[in-house]
Design a protein around this ligand. Sequence first.
Ligand code: B12
Ligand code: SF4
Length: 500
Amino acid sequence: MRVALLNPLLVQRPRLRWTGEHLGLESLAAALRQEGHEVSLLDADLVDMRQSDVLRSLESKMPALLGISVCQEGLHESVSLARAAKAALDDVRICVGGHLPSAKPQAFLSTGHVDFVCTGEGDLSLPALASALEMRQGLSEVPGLVWLGPDGARQNARQQVVVGDLPWPARDLTGAAVERGAAVFMSSSRGCYGRCSFCSIRAFYGGSGGRWWRARTPIDTVSEMADLVGRFPGTPIVLVDDNFIGPPGIGPARATAIADLIAAECIKVSFSISCRVTDVEPGLFEPMARAGLRKVFLGFESFEDDVLRELCKGTSVAANLRALDVLRSTGVDINPSLILFTPWSTLAGVRRAFDVLECRTPGYDPAVLFSRLWPLENTSVGGELSPSGLAASDIRDAACRGFYAPMVPVWDDILRLNEALGRRRGQTGAPYGAFARELASTFSGILEDVEANGPRANVVARGLDAWSTFARKWQEVCQSPSAGTLPIALECTTARGDEE
Ligand code: B12
Ligand code: SF4
């Protein structure tokens, strides 16, 4: 069958965009081709292609099945493209997939422009769907498929993908991504053994049953790395795995074997990974650094134990600091992930996080200065909100507007989130409202500037200043005569400038 796979253009914010090849579409293309289907890939986001050009390109390809990958920022464009493609292409069937459709399949079907939603990993489902449509067979054997049958919505059970059995991704998009300065993306495992309350990975990969973390063998992983180094020499590789290291025992053993193989094969590779702070051990990271590990994306999230507990992170401030030390001693750079603004954050905690960023993770991405808890579908934080009358999707729509500059348009949503979470936890009133409101007024100027001009080096300094100003203002509020009526669960620290 002739299949076109599309990644729509995301919300336009060119100065702030950081992207790369769409490995999901490349993986689907490889799986479809293995089953004999004819596949074309169109990454409108990568090549900055508007809807009219996308439609022209699709018309020239005449697909019988159009697969659209939908992510948060691409939601509206995806649905709009599905509608336009239905009108422009005769008899095309449209299937959407990815994290968001997997969490809310019915919402996509109810748009009237989407025929099928593929929930979970599409590597088995999409080829099965294409074959079933081509052979005019029933759809009950297509894993994870959701569609509207004559008697209403039908949903098939998912089937777990054995990642080691998958073909390597078709590298149709890698050249274009590398030309635009991106790294090469590669995946060596899927899922994570963590249980963080804000993360949807467990629901997404665990929805098919079986292991939470599934990995390719060291030999298969290193063979693909070597292939990529040969085809795109000098380009770093980003391992997009949610958790490259994996669970204690089998995970570190696999990572060590990968490092040893890279060294034994003398592969000149520079790569980055993501993992949990509790995975960072000197005995593991030293050989990995020698093998070419240059950067680790680490989910610190907070430098407050209470917040880490609320987020079910399964780590501690001590573990965060230890991971920092280990990575510094091995010379591996850190790309820190923080969730600075949560309903449980205190100014002291925010301040501590900033101190750590400044002193110990030079060159960090200014985006973390504006990070906040985001109630995704299919997470316990998101789930916690729904019964309180505030659906995660109410917030998500606004919250997905931006990567770097999300705060300006979403303050009201943050207030609602905090108030709803407070209520759910039995706190009366709006325990975090004043905190958030104060934060909003302090930050709005700087964030508008980021929105207008993009992040610059001095944004970091201004972010720090803004937090200091906020700390000072908040302290005044806390000390005011009416403070008894205010939520003073928050610690007040002296502002950075006060110390000098
Ligand atoms: C690389 C990456 C990015 C890149 C995207 C580059 C690109 N063009 O793909 C960049 C840096 C731009 C990015 C940005 C963001 N990302 Co991001 N990103 C990732 C990451 C690390 C890897 C993606 C990947 O390649 N996966 C491997 C491939 C094989 O899997 P896949 O893409 O999911 O595709 C499979 C399935 O989803 C499905 N599928 C996907 N599309 C389709 C389409 C059809 C038709 C079918 C049938 C199936 C199907 O089948 C594929 C094969 O199994 C993932 C984490 C992860 N490990 O997946 C996070 C992840 C996708 N990102 C996430 C988030 C939150 C973001 C941001 C919002 C971050 C932020 N705070 O601003 C932004 C904005 C995202 C957006 N555009 O809306 C979340 C999404 C959570 C959710 N529930 O939606 C993830 C899961 C990380 C996480 N742990 O929470 N991201
Ligand atoms: S460690 Fe990372 S990938 Fe794993 S559950 Fe927590 S946030 Fe998600």
